[in-house]
Design a protein. Structure first.
Length: 403
């Protein structure tokens, strides 16, 4: 008999232990369905019913008052749904900070309550508490109905992290978004990710994102334009030129983009390509400064005829000293000293302080064997500090030749 009792006691202990273990596992998995209004304690449920009339009338302050008084007088009626509805009433009544506290308490009491997280996220965003909003959007996504996942919630979470200047946190979420586990990534997700990596100065992470972006969107011009912007940000002009050129293959470049691409090709020392895009930009309209860039590119790529044409078009827009000087230089290179002289003469007429005009006119006069005029001009050029040394040397040369 004693043996039987002992066996029974042992079995009871084992059974109790197993049951206790089951409780622990259930708590860890938290498989219990979410409570509904019917699960709220009786007095709390009664208070909610009482507030319905005030909510229908838009009297949110009175609704909040009833719920607050119930929780103060009957703390045993506390429930996450009570906190949630109190938060809604306070929010609608304009008591934003108080509402935020109630939403936070609701999700603390029941972390699986997705709507509580989403209300918290929206309110926190509206009052510019972006760090709170970011985490709430993320938790709202994690606890949302698995059958209808709202992927955009992750994007909102990342955007809030960016606004909170938590670029690392944003990048983690965005890298998860573009990984493909949620389906085809969106271009805007990549745009946000690349912006975040730039802000946190993580070039390697950004470069990895660019590679994945172009693999996912190889024929999308905006993907290549993002690659251009990323490369340009790090002064990688060679990659920037490639990316913007491909963009131009996939869609027409705007006038500004054509000018930019010309500048990029100029920066990497490819003036022939630069001139192509400068010409494309000014084909319908262009400022004198833009024509000057075009002419300079033609000059650098030894396209004399095209350079002269660009300079003349520029001079029609705005006859500046710089443009006349460039025209004079091109004529001098072409050994057309007469036209070169005239161009430098225009410089001197516009700006008498431009000493180089007199020096170059002196050069041209020498080439044309107009020695007296050359001497007169060089003596004038010698009066300018930057031209003094060269002008005096030329005058000595002329004096030597005339001996």
């Amino acid at each position: 008999m004693k043996l039987e009792i002992r066996v029974i006691l042992v079995l009871m202990i084992i059974t109790h232990f197993l049951c206790f273990e089951d409780v622990i596992l259930a708590d860890e998995k938290n498989d219990k369905p979410l409570d509904t209004v019917s699960d709220i304690p009786r007095l709390g449920r009664k208070a909610l019913f009482q507030t319905q009339k005030y909510r229908d009338e838009g009297n949110w302050a009175e609704s909040a008052k009833i719920l607050q008084e119930t929780l103060e007088k009957h703390p045993n009626q506390d429930h996450f749904l009570m906190r949630f509805h109190l938060g809604v009433s306070l929010d609608q009544a304009g008591q934003k900070e108080a509402a935020l506290t109630q939403y936070q308490e609701a999700v603390r009491m029941e972390p699986r309550y997705a709507q509580g997280w989403l209300n918290l996220a929206e309110l926190a965003y509206n009052i510019e508490k972006y760090d709170v909003a970011g985490e709430a959007f993320y938790q709202g996504f994690q606890h949302h109905d698995a059958d209808q996942p709202k992927i955009d919630l992750l994007y909102y979470a990342a955007a809030c992290h960016i606004l909170a200047k938590d670029h690392a946190g944003a990048s983690d979420i965005l890298e998860d978004l573009v990984s493909g586990r949620y389906g085809t990534p969106k271009l805007e997700w990549y745009r946000a990710l690349i912006a975040a990596t730039i802000d946190m100065e993580d070039q390697a992470r950004g470069q990895r994102a660019i590679g994945n972006l172009l693999a996912d969107f190889p024929a999308d011009p905006e993907a290549w334009y993002l690659a251009f912007q990323f490369a340009a940000n790090y002064n990688d002009y060679r990659q920037a030129a490639i990316a913007l050129t491909v963009t131009g293959y996939l869609r027409p470049l705007s006038r500004t983009e054509s000018l930019t691409l010309g500048d990029v090709y100029t920066a990497i020392g490819v003036p022939a390509a630069a001139s192509k895009y400068y010409e494309q930009a000014v084909v319908e309209e262009g400022t004198a400064e833009e024509y000057e860039r075009l002419a300079s590119a033609y000059l650098a790529s030894y396209q004399s005829t095209e350079a002269l044409s660009a300079l003349r078009r520029a001079l029609e827009k705005e006859p500046t000293v710089r443009l006349w000087s460039l025209l004079g230089d091109q004529h001098y290179i072409d050994e057309d000293y007469e036209e070169s002289y005239k161009a430098y003469q225009k410089c001197a007429e516009i700006d008498t302080s431009y000493g180089r005009a007199y020096l170059m006119m002196g050069y041209c006069a020498l080439e044309l064997e107009r020695y007296e005029i050359a001497v007169e001009l060089l003596e004038k050029a010698a009066g300018y500090p930057e031209q003094e040394e060269t002008a005096i040397a030329l005058l000595k040369r002329i004096e030597y030749l005339n001996q």
